[in-house]
Design a protein around this ligand. Structure first.
Ligand code: SAH
Length: 285
């Protein structure tokens, strides 16, 4: 196999920073990602940002079908040339944030797996995009900026804990797999990276009366990080019409001191609070 450096120079491609183009050059990392993704002969895999196909090649060894989604048309051409003989690889030109995973057919037993060394500037929208297809995606293995992974796996009370931590932890088992230094990529990124694996649960870990309400509640609770829960929630549109004293009573009833900050609540506490508030609103209106 030619090195990524040779491949892009052969095609006279200048890597684009704006598209987060840093290609993996360290073999052991590529193998580790593939092992972590645990692809079997039944699996349909979507790879995000396939670049020049180094990871694609490894993933395709086992997959029943691999859909490689790549935005840069210069690289789409490289991929098409490289994989035209592979019957199980389909190259898809386009933006992953607009990609509708429902266009890929999978059965309930074999939901699709998502893998990617992704452009870091789309990490957050991408995670929420994947989250919105959680019923048909079983797991994801992603290379992300190290700090983003720290945030996703953070525990309540830590400065890294935030909206994505709570929401993903409610619906996903998350595990940091490894740190990956910048020397493992060409061109070298300015930041360090980590690989994370997530497995979506069929249902949230705490039974929720209304999933959308839960997600909105978490967002509102963090809208001003330094503010107490009661101060964030009393201004929230979500709880419009609920008097402050009722809100306070409801928080206490849910076992949560209204003076706590959102960042101190675990996903279980948010889940419980969401259900109690839901019932309160139904009672009131
Ligand atoms: N997986 C390859 C390339 C990683 S670089 C490797 O490890 O070597 C990130 C890749 O994502 C680039 O190829 C870039 O063109 C692509 N990309 C950037 N934005 C994208 C988007 N919105 N949708 C799909 N691919 C994107």
């Amino acid at each position: 196999m030619d090195s990524p450096r040779q491949v892009i120079s052969h095609y006279s491609i200048k890597p684009r920073k704006s598209l987060g183009q840093s290609f993996l050059i360290e073999r052991s990392i590529i193998e580790n990602i593939a092992t972590t993704a645990n692809i079997t002969k039944e699996d349909v895999v979507v790879e995000i940002g396939s670049g020049i196909g180094v990871l694609t090649e490894k993933l395709a060894e086992n997959a029943a079908k691999l859909i490689a989604v790549e935005l840069d048309n210069r690289l789409v051409e490289v991929l098409k040339e490289k994989f035209f003989k592979y019957e199980n690889v389909q190259i898809c030109s386009g933006d992953i944030l607009k990609f509708d995973f429902r266009t890929i057919t999978v059965d309930q037993q074999h939901k699709m797996k998502v893998v990617g060394n992704i452009p870091y500037n789309i990490s957050s929208p991408l995670l929420f995009h994947l989250f919105s297809f959680r019923k048909i995606i079983s797991s994801f293995v992603l290379m992300l900026q190290k700090e983003v992974v720290q945030r996703l796996v953070a525990h309540p009370g830590s400065k890294n804990y935030g909206v994505p931590s709570v929401i993903l932890q409610m619906f996903t088992d998350l595990e940091k797999v490894m740190d990956v230094p910048a020397v493992c990529f060409y061109p070298r990124p300015k930041v360090d990276s980590s690989v994370i694996k997530g497995c979506f649960f069929e249902n949230p870990k705490i039974e929720l009366l209304d999933e959308e309400f839960f997600i909105k509640l978490v967002r509102e609770s963090f809208s001003q990080r330094r503010k107490t829960l009661i101060n964030n929630l009393k201004k929230s549109k979500l709880l419009e019409g609920v008097a402050e004293f009722v809100l306070k009573e409801t928080l206490v009833y849910a076992g949560i001191d209204p003076q706590r900050r959102g960042e101190t609540l675990s996903f279980e506490e948010f889940g419980n609070l969401s259900n109690v508030l839901n019932n309160k609103i139904k009672e009131q209106f």
